[in-house]
Design a protein around this ligand. Structure first.
Ligand code: KMH
Ligand code: ZN
Length: 310
């Protein structure tokens, strides 16, 4: 019988959805982001998906200067694949959003495959006091945001980043985004094997349930044949259950405080590494092995950790 393929765990360490009030574990200083990323890699994450924050206020930042300090430390301390977000702001232009990836030329970066009403305004009602002034308006204001990723934006990002040979984590928030990706591949953008991240349970995108996952996977099979690898991230309480389901279906998984602050229903996680360790334990208990960074590099055909600019 053929050996089961290994499961790649990505850890998304801080993101741009949650705010410091929501969890003391959410890292936002350079040291906190570096330390949690390194601990997540030690716990079994082969890929680290990274956003930056203003180290004084915890506000999401897309300034390359807020990435540099933790990228250096992470590179010195782990062999994990670094994946830089290009979706760290719902209001910035595409050129501003891709500036950190263009500056540091990581092995991977995100590529959001369509526009949507990306919203987390529902979280605003859960807190009456906030640690920082900006938080409430930032969270509540997402009700009016369109996360803009037009075909022109995606093309501009793909063309600007093409010389850097970065592998994209294609963020697929709904089934139509798979068709967007197919159309762009037909126009010569994005080389196989492509890496799909099925993003489930974000308000504005597809819901997080198994039927929807099967539908996404079936559609990807139809559109991309054997030219793709895939992973699931589910927001909030669905994070670990759907990750485990994905691993049983032959997919890869993403966990991390970016998408869920919880370790189990109603219980806040104490760190990113705690989520990585939990999903790893379940995946291994069920008979799959998790991929090392070098195995992830081979599975995704990455350019190599010595080809980055940080
Ligand atoms: N937090 C995810 C739902 C990106 O960084 O480009 C979306 C995300 C997008 O990870
Ligand atoms: Zn992200």
């Amino acid at each position: 019988m053929a050996r089961k393929p290994k499961t790649i765990i990505t850890c998304a360490v801080t993101g741009a959805i949650h705010t410091p009030t929501m969890s003391d574990a959410l890292p936002y200083t350079y040291d906190q982001i570096a330390e949690q990323a390194i601990a997540a890699a030690e716990a079994g994450a082969a890929i680290l998906h990274l956003h930056a924050r203003n180290p004084e206020t915890g506000m999401p930042s897309i300034d390359p200067d807020d990435f540099a300090p933790f990228l250096r430390r992470i590179k010195q301390s782990t062999d994990a694949v670094v994946n830089i977000s290009t979706g760290g702001s719902l209001t910035a232009t595409i050129q501003q959003r891709i500036a950190p990836a263009k500056t540091f030329s990581p092995e991977m970066c995100s590529m959001n495959m369509g526009s949507l009403n990306f919203s987390f305004h529902g979280l605003a009602g859960r807190y009456s006091e906030w640690k920082f002034d900006w938080e409430r308006d930032y969270v509540a204001g997402s009700e009016g945001n369109i996360f803009r990723n037009t075909f022109k934006d995606i093309k501009e990002a793909a063309e600007t980043l093409a010389p850097d040979r970065i592998k994209f984590e294609h963020e697929i928030y709904d089934v139509g985004h798979l068709y967007n990706l197919r159309a762009m591949m037909d126009q010569g953008h994005f080389a196989a094997p492509i890496f799909l991240q099925f993003v489930m349970g974000i308000l504005g995108g597809i819901g997080a349930d198994v039927e929807n996952l099967v539908f996404l996977k079936r559609t990807a099979d139809k559109l991309f044949g054997d030219q793709y690898r895939w992973s699931v991230l589910a927001a909030g309480a669905a994070q670990i259950p759907l990750a485990v389901t994905a691993s049983q279906m032959g997919g890869h998984v993403r966990v991390g405080l970016e998408d869920s602050l919880f370790i189990s229903r109603g219980e806040l996680a104490t760190s990113n590494a705690q989520q990585v360790a939990k999903v790893r334990r379940i995946i291994e208990d069920l008979g799959n092995a998790v991929a090392t960074p070098d195995e992830a590099r081979a599975i995704l055909a990455l350019k190599g950790g010595d080809q980055v600019r940080f």
